[in-house]
Ligand binder design. Structure first.
Ligand code: HEM
Length: 125
């Protein structure tokens, strides 16, 4: 399985869940979770899809030993961060949001490192 397929596929799954969450908020007129919904969509769909499309545009990046670690960290970050915002709203505890946010930043730093340390030829060889 290639990493861009995983990023884009997971991003689309996150998108559908995020849209359903948005519909639920609208139907129930319960907007206290708007920030969780927004960040679920933005880091879950938009950021994942951009990581995936960047890998698709620059296939050399996937040769990095950090590629899959970065992908897994990003997904873990999404799964902790957005629910962490819900927990912050419901239970007044910010721990999960802080942990998830830091994991997402680490994944972004790793992607930046991969991007700047690999060449940007647009074909794999
Ligand atoms: C079926 C699709 C979607 C539905 C039904 C939906 C629904 C909603 C609702 C009800 C709100 C709260 C509005 C309010 O507070 O007055 C909201 C806010 C928001 N949504 Fe969505 N949404 C959808 C898709 C998306 C997507 C795909 C993104 C981003 C890629 C997104 C980003 C945001 C943002 C940034 C906010 C503002 C959050 C805030 O004010 O804190 N939404 N959405």
């Amino acid at each position: 399985m290639r990493v861009h397929v995983v990023f884009i596929g997971l991003g689309l799954i996150f998108l559908v869940i995020g849209m359903a969450f948005g519909m639920w908020m609208g139907i129930n007129q319960d907007f206290q979770y708007a920030a969780a919904h927004a960040h679920w969509n933005l880091v879950g769909f938009v950021t994942s899809a951009i990581y995936g499309l960047t890998h698709r545009a620059y296939p050399k990046l996937a040769e990095s030993r950090l590629t899959w670690i970065q992908c897994i960290l990003h997904v873990i970050g999404v799964l902790i961060f957005a629910p962490g915002i819900v927990i912050a709203v419901v239970m007044d505890s910010r721990v999960a949001a802080i942990v998830g946010g830091n994991v997402l930043i680490l994944a972004a730093l790793m992607f930046m490192f991969i991007y700047f340390t690999h060449d940007h030829r647009t074909s794999p060889d």
